[in-house]
Design a protein around this ligand. Structure first.
Ligand code: IDP
Length: 151
């Protein structure tokens, strides 16, 4: 079983898409094991997109990510990273297929609705970045257990 980090970006939250996006993950077969509604500090946004810090769009990306609340989540399932990337769709909504989250809801490459980790290693890194201090290991267990007993 694998975990992946998914974040509904500020435009997704502003447009009331938390529910539809969570529904897609549930319907695909993922289990929600952690969720946190939060307004990102600039430093966390910069760390999250650290690999892009030399790109011309970096500042715009960080400004955007800190422009409103986000919904950070951990989803668990078989091949979670690849399955999540597949239902999220290509980075640029112009190229994302209809039926994917970005293909159905997005228009703009910066405001592309949702983030999903690109490898199991970055998933672990991103999960610890967003959840390490706010959620202890026992909290993870409680949420996970609740999810399983509710099904
Ligand atoms: P991903 O989100 O599909 O994994 P990445 O290449 O990791 O794509 O890029 C991270 C985020 O940076 C994208 O989701 C998008 O919002 C933004 N981004 C990527 N490429 C560009 C670009 O060429 N112009 C503006 N923003 C970009």
């Amino acid at each position: 079983m694998e975990s992946t980090f998914v974040m509904i970006k500020p435009d997704g939250v502003r447009r009331g898409l938390i529910g539809p996006i969570i529904t897609r993950f549930e319907q695909k077969g993922f289990t929600l094991i952690a969720m946190q509604f939060m307004h990102l500090e600039r430093s966390l946004a910069e760390q999250h997109y650290g690999e892009h810090k030399n790109k011309p769009f970096f500042n715009e990306l960080v400004e955007y990510l800190t422009s409103g609340p986000v919904c950070a989540m951990v989803w668990e399932g078989r091949h979670a990273v690849a399955n999540a990337r597949s239902i999220i769709g290509k980075t640029n909504p112009v190229e994302a297929s209809p039926g994917t989250i970005r293909g159905d809801y997005g228009m703009d490459i910066t405001g592309n609705i949702v983030h999903g980790s690109d490898s199991p290693e970055s998933a672990q890194h991103e999960i610890s970045l967003f959840f390490h201090s706010a959620m202890s290991a026992p909290m993870f267990m409680e949420i996970s257990d609740f999810g399983h007993t509710a099904n």
